[in-house]
Design a protein around this ligand. Structure first.
Ligand SMILES: [Zn+2]
Length: 402
C-alpha cells in the first residue's frame, strides 16, 4: 500500500536549515486503487524480491546502534578529483598534489604504491574539457541527419541487444515454469524427498531474480522516448544542464563525469631528457547528458577522444622547427637568434640543434616520448627508490591503450 510520511523535516538550529529525518510516528498508509499499476500480489512479490536483493547492503550501524555519518556533510570534490585516473596504476587522482592546492596527483603515489608523482592543474584541465565539449557541440549541426535517422530507427525498432535480452528472459521464464511444474508433479506423486526444501528455495530464488530482470528490461525499453528529438534539443540540453554552470561549481562537477567518462593521466619526456611531463587522454560522450542509456549507434556518434598536454612546452621544443629551417638555410647561431620571433640564446640554439640531430638519428617526428617506467637519470624522480616503495595496480584495473 502506498505510504506517506516515512520521513519528516526537522529544523537544525545551528544551521537554520531543515533536515530530513525518520518520522518517529511512522508513515500513514493510504488506499489508492486508481494509481495501481501492478496487481497487489505482484507488487508485494517485487518488493520482497528487492528487499532480498538489498538485504545486507547499505551502511551498518556502529556499536551504539547509531548511523556513523549521521548529520555529517558528505564530502564533495570538484571535477576531476576522484574521477580522473593514473594510467600506470589505475588509482584516482586527488586534489592537493605535491602540496599545491590546485593540483591533482595519483592517490597511489602518496602511499608509495605508484611512481607517478607528477601533478597537473585541475582547473586548466577542466578548461581543456570545456573547450573540447564546445568544439564538439559546434560540430553537432552537421550531424543533424545522421542523428535523426538513428533516433527514428531506435524508436521504431528496439535496441537489438535489448531485444536479445528480452528473448533470453522469456526463454528463461519458460524453462523455470517447466521446472516448477515438474517439481510440483513429482512432489504430488512421490511426496517430499530429502533435500526437496533446497530445490524449492532455489526455484523461488530464481523466480525472484527473473522478476527483477523483467522490471529492469522493461524500464530500459521505454527509455528511447527520453532521448532528445533533434540536435537542436541536444544542444539546448547541454547548454542548460552543463555549459551554463560555473566550471568550479559542484553542480558542474557532478554532471561532468557522465559526459567525460574516462580521464587518464600519463607521462611523457623529451628524448634529450629533462622532467617527466603530464599528458592526459580523455573521452567526451555527449550522450552522457541524457537521462537514460543511449542506443550504441548514437553513443558512437557522440563520443570522441582527446589528448592534451598539461605542461608548458619547453622552449627548445617550441622553437625546434624554426631553428631547423634557419640552420638548413645556412644561418649561424647568431643569425638564427635574430630571425626567431622569441628571444633566445646561443646556448639554447645549441641544445635545440642537439635535439634536432637526435630526432633525425632516432627517426622521430615528435620530441616527446611516452614514459613507461620511472626514469633513473632524473634527480627529482626518486619515489621509486625509497625502501617503502612497492608498485601495485588498483584491483581489477587493466591499462587501456593510449
Ligand atoms: Zn598511479
Amino acid at each position: 500500500m502506498p505510504e506517506r510520511g516515512n520521513k519528516y523535516t526537522k529544523k537544525v538550529h545551528q544551521t537554520g536549515k531543515r533536515q530530513s529525518v525518520k518520522n518517529p510516528e511512522g508513515p500513514i498508509a493510504i488506499e489508492m486503487p486508481h494509481l495501481r499499476i501492478l496487481a497487489p500480489a505482484d507488487f508485494d512479490e517485487l518488493r520482497a524480491a528487492l528487499n532480498e536483493k538489498n538485504n545486507g547492503r547499505g551502511r551498518k550501524p556502529n556499536s551504539k546502534g547509531e548511523d556513523p555519518p549521521l548529520g555529517v556533510q558528505r564530502k564533495r570534490t570538484r571535477f576531476p578529483g576522484q574521477h580522473a585516473q593514473c594510467w600506470y596504476c589505475g588509482r584516482e587522482l586527488v586534489w592537493g598534489g605535491n602540496g599545491i592546492k590546485e593540483n591533482l596527483q595519483c592517490k597511489g603515489s602518496r602511499k608509495w604504491e605508484c611512481w607517478n608523482s607528477v601533478g597537473m592543474n585541475g582547473q586548466v584541465f577542466t578548461g581543456h574539457v570545456v573547450h573540447a565539449i564546445n568544439g564538439m557541440s559546434s560540430e553537432l549541426p552537421n550531424m543533424e541527419e545522421q542523428y535523426r535517422s538513428i533516433v527514428e530507427k531506435a524508436a521504431e525498432a528496439p535496441d537489438a541487444r535489448l531485444l536479445m535480452d528480452l528473448n533470453q528472459l522469456t526463454a528463461d521464464e519458460k524453462q523455470l515454469a517447466k521446472e516448477v511444474k515438474n517439481f510440483n508433479n513429482s512432489l504430488r506423486e512421490y511426496g517430499p524427498s530429502p533435500g526437496f526444501k533446497e530445490v524449492q528455495d532455489e526455484l523461488k530464488q530464481r523466480q525472484k531474480s527473473l522478476i527483477i530482470r523483467r522490471t529492469t528490461l522493461e524500464r530500459k525499453s521505454i527509455s528511447i522516448s527520453d532521448l532528445p528529438d533533434s540536435i537542436g534539443d541536444l544542444i539546448n540540453l547541454l547548454q542548460t544542464a552543463f555549459l551554463s554552470l560555473a566550471t568550479d561549481s559542484y553542480e558542474f562537477g557532478s554532471m561532468l563525469p557522465k559526459i567525460v567518462p574516462s580521464v587518464f593521466l600519463y607521462l611523457v619526456r623529451m628524448i634529450d631528457g629533462g622532467p617527466c611531463l603530464p599528458r592526459v587522454k580523455f573521452t567526451v560522450d555527449l550522450s552522457g547528458s541524457f537521462e537514460s542509456d543511449a542506443p550504441a549507434e548514437l553513443q558512437s556518434l557522440l563520443i570522441r577522444e582527446f589528448t592534451v598536454d598539461m605542461f608548458e612546452i619547453p622552449k627548445r621544443a617550441k622553437i625546434r622547427e624554426d631553428v631547423l629551417r634557419l640552420r638548413q638555410e645556412g644561418c649561424n647561431a647568431k643569425e638564427t637568434i635574430e630571425h626567431l620571433s622569441e628571444p633566445s640564446s646561443t646556448k639554447m640554439i645549441k641544445s635545440t640543434d642537439r635535439l634536432n640531430a637526435q630526432m633525425v638519428e632516432m627517426g622521430l617526428s615528435d620530441p616527446f616520448q611516452f614514459q613507461s617506467e620511472p626514469p633513473n637519470d632524473y634527480a627529482k624522480f626518486r619515489r621509486h627508490l625509497n625502501p617503502r616503495y612497492s608498485f601495485s595496480m588498483k584491483e581489477g584495473y587493466t591499462r587501456p591503450t593510449l
